[in-house]
Design a protein around this ligand. Sequence first.
Ligand code: ATP
Ligand code: MG
Length: 803
Amino acid sequence: TALTAETLLEGLNDPQQQAVRHEGVPLLVVAGAGSGKTRVLTRRIAWLIAVRKAHPGSILAITFTNKAAAEMKERVSELVGNRARMMWVSTFHSSCVRILRKEVEHLGYERLKSNFSIYDAQDQKRLIQLVCSDMELDPRRFQPGPILHWISNHKNELRGPDEVAAEARNSIDETYAAAYKSYQRRLREANAVDFDDLIMETVRLFQLKPEIRETYRRRFRHILVDEYQDTNHAQYALIHQLCGQDLEEHDPTTLDGLPADRVPPAELMVVGDADQSIYAFRGADIRNIMDFEKDFPDARTILLEQNYRSTQTILTAANAVIERNEGRKPKRLWSDAGDGEKIVGYVADTEHDEARFVSTEIDALTDQGLKPSDVAVFYRTNAQSRVFEEIFIRTGLPYKVVGGVRFYERREIRDALAYLRMLVNPDDQVSLRRILNTPKRGIGDRAVLAITMFADRERITFWEALQRAAEAPGLATRSQTNIEGFVAMVVELQQMVAAGERPDVVLETVLDRSGYLASLEGSDDPQDATRVENLGELVAVAREFAEDPVAAPSADPADVDAGLVEPGLADFLERVALVADSDQIPDAPADDAADPDAPEDQGVVTLMTLHTAKGLEFPVVFLTGLEDGVFPHSRALGDKPELEEERRLAYVGITRARQRLYISRAVVRSAWGAPAHNPGSRFLGELPIDLVDWRRTEADQTRWTRPSYGSSDDYSGNRLGAPNAAGRRNFSSAAARADAAAKSKPSRPIPVLAPGDKVTHDSFGLGTVVAVEGAAEKSVASIDFGSDGVKRLLLRYAPVEKL
Ligand code: ATP
Ligand code: MG
């Protein structure tokens, strides 16, 4: 292919080109959303290979999701061809798995071997429950969730259990530290690691074995990191290790005394946007990007300021919101895409009304020629998807939920995977115990207890104890026979795996031989029929993998090419373990698809949380649930750092939109079954008024909930085409229900206000009344809350007190 430097720089502006061509010192590209950071990173990889003749195998690029990695690989392949297969483009976790699979034995854990299992959130929870009951912890004081979160925080800070124990200052810390220690021990005994371990142990490996670190330093001459603002300390340390810049060595004056054969540092490029850091709760440290220039004193920084994604209206809105955060470097994004459409705002009576508005509006948009796949609906928490799903199902709008109850979290899928994991790694107790009596095969709790005690006494693993069940005291003969049958089955299946049988074949055999499939098929629970279908889907996933193993993020293409890696069961499990939420986004139909009119090319509407939306873009975005207490999350209302993180999340949400942005909120929303009145999100007040076309305001809402307003014609009937009968019925009843619920609340005197009065509001704080309309139940006050802006509040609901 005639790939010239010019073609690789085509469609890039000047600073973008500089970033692609840059050589030598560490490079930081900081820029707002949609300014082409990811595009630059991708082009740079192609540039390194095609122009600078870097070996593809010497390139390590880190993305935030596996899906982003696959896309990046694809793009680079389009540019430089098949050689691109040799690069490592993957998430931090996938890269570390690949390193650990090769090197884990050097860590010196007796039981941790290269076939280790990767425990996910549910496995972790089971394990910590075992720890808690072992330690006889009071379940009211010590709950699995907080303990796991605490452990995770320490791991992200690279603090192991002993270090943490040494620092414990009180008995609660000591208990947590002991739980951490026991949890780690059990993980290792199960030949397993959790997600945070993947990074922590890789860093530890490099610290422990400089010679191994050197081999990776020699290999990776170019390191590129996308979404750098969301790296945590452990990930940061890993980059430094790989770049030949250890944390303790990064002062260049200390480089003098190093051995002569030391590998010179790799070329590093990181791209990010501090305003989009939204994973502090997972330990992401915004300082990593803020301090880049300090950490790498000779670094070069390139700023990108032109946004190519959104209209100016959308950008101005995003800028106005994020400007409220303190201590950020001001930057002004601009776009020459023109002002575009105004932002559309909608105040709904209830969450059902909000969902109906979204659905009706999408209908109208598709009538105008947009595809469902052009549209995304964002919300703050997973649970909010359900209402949208209900209405989309009713109106026949095709959609996909990213996150939520995911495919891989379904019971039958987890059971099937537990079988496979236990075959690859019989020390994996959590998996083994999960399927030991699933389906029921007469191995009850008493038998499990007897085996557990026997294993403890003999200091052998649970699996070894099962194999020696005949020696276990207190085991009923019938249980013993059943266990022997189980062990024989497992051994037989293990032989299949050892013989290198394809994962899909193994899976089908497991489902058959274990009786699992038969037990579902024999059931008359309709849910079990769905379960059978889901298992069929899993077999299909395994088959796809077996047929194209290189697509697996875990496979090192160099090894596959050399015939070193069989697309075996272990690799399949790894791929499954690493699937992140956003990997479930269906691929957008290709623009050059054969028949653009075919309905299957229209794709589906994407529903997802704001967190999952990072890095993506859609022509049309609905930002929903903009209510104080929902978004920003109630947890953040009284906490400035948390509120600023929520504001960054709003910035991420707004900047996903290319052409049209909708913002909406519900006046009454059911949370945990009880209707709650939430004031509008403070972020709404931060949007410049003239950018938003409020199709329906709180004042409209006041009239609407008045019973006498009747059913003449509702708002959307006028402007958006008549909703279908079912939708309308649901709407009226939801509104009526909400109204009734609100009325049945213990009544609170409605404050009587006049212009000039001072008030306090639960969320907005101190304000001054500007105007009042209506009376009694219908009185609406406009109140100036200073930096939060002027709000129109229905006094019947608003948590306002006259001072
Ligand atoms: P985010 O911060 O949201 O991750 P980003 O900075 O990574 O955004 P990209 O996703 O790389 O931005 O680019 C945003 C959009 O702009 C993409 O559709 C990309 O193809 C397009 N784009 C980037 N640079 C240019 C350019 N120079 N000319 C035309 N389009 C561009
Ligand atoms: Mg990006």
